[in-house]
Design a protein around this ligand. Structure first.
Ligand SMILES: [Mn+2]
Length: 319
């Protein structure tokens, strides 16, 4: 057990009220890890409040504890506040950052870039998901994993590893997932809820997006586009485009995939994905955005033609 884990366990033992939060636009790891921690603490008899800046995405509503997530931090005292999976302090949101001064804070994360902004920082980029960090903490505590906690950890691991396909799917990810299965998690049940449960309009929108596929730079780059017209025609929202960028990336020979999503008449969100060789954070940085080696994004002003031209130029000259 590391010194930090020992200190956090002592904090858990000696306090009774806890706040848990995570990053904006929560993904499977954000929801899974925060609710796993909530479930662990509640089963110890602690008073737990979970806060997200945004609503729980429909896709993760099946995870136990989502019904008690609050979108504003209640005006009350908390002994300790946890922030999970944020990657950087500002992604914890303004409400929480105002709060950092008044409680003891714990930062649990697996992003390489995460700063030590809290009083206690348990950060390990070797962990496949923040759910793995929560697992380590609960396991070190000697916690007997119940099915609900196990389900949240499993969901965090399966989503952040792309169902054990990404390079972060290490031995620990498989071992922890296996242990969660032993605690009663049903793999098909989770897979069905996550991947066989799409709203019809998501596929209708996907069909329109795929028809915009462009492959360029001698087959090394590819893009798809979602315009406001497409969203309107399908009655779909931006949340449903999650994962669309994986389709251009899946084309044989493609190293860099781009997803253009219209925000306003002359404003586009540009998402980049790499298969591993190319650092797409450099592309988004050149356009004023940020991100990681394999996943990055930015917002670019202009018509679709102008935005595409600007993005393609950067990709063409740097690839
Ligand atoms: Mn994560």
């Amino acid at each position: 057990m590391t010194e930090t884990i020992r200190q956090i366990i002592e904090l858990i033992r000696s306090n009774s009220s806890f706040l848990i939060t995570t990053h904006e636009g929560p993904d499977g790891d954000a929801v899974g890890s925060s609710l796993a921690l909530a479930s662990f603490l509640r089963n110890l008899g602690k008073n737990v409040t979970v806060h997200y800046q945004d609503a729980v995405p429909d896709l993760y509503a099946f995870l136990p504890g989502t019904d008690s997530v609050l979108q504003h931090i209640p005006d009350q005292h908390f002994d300790v506040s946890f922030v999970l999976d944020v990657g950087e302090r500002k992604r914890a949101g303004k409400e929480f950052c105002d709060f950092l001064r008044v409680t003891t804070t714990v930062n649990l994360d697996h992003h390489l870039s995460c700063e030590n902004f809290a009083d206690y920082n348990l950060i390990d980029s070797q962990a496949a998901a923040t759910g793995i960090i929560v697992y380590r903490l609960a396991a070190a505590y000697g916690y007997h994993f119940d099915r609900d906690t196990a389900l949240c950890i499993y969901a965090a691991v399966i989503t952040d590893t792309g169902s054990f396909r990404y390079s972060n799917a290490n031995r620990e990810a498989f071992t922890v997932a296996g242990e969660m299965i032993a605690c009663g998690v049903n793999a098909w049940d989770v897979a069905e809820k996550l991947y066989e449960n799409q709203p019809q309009k998501r596929l209708e929108l996907l069909a329109k997006c795929l028809s915009t596929l462009e492959v360029f730079k001698d087959g090394k780059a590819a893009s798809v586009t979602a315009t406001s017209d497409m969203f309107a025609a399908c009655g779909a929202n931006a949340e449903l485009t999650d994962g669309f960028v994986n389709y251009p990336r899946s084309v044989r020979g493609v190293e860099v995939a781009i997803f253009f999503r219209q925000l306003e008449e002359k404003k586009f969100k540009v998402g980049f994905r790499s298969k591993g060789k190319v650092n797409v954070a450099a592309f988004s940085a050149a356009l004023g955005g940020g991100g990681h080696h394999n996943a990055a994004g930015c917002t670019v002003d202009g018509s679709l033609e102008e935005v595409k031209a600007a993005v393609y130029k950067i990709v063409e000259t740097s690839l």
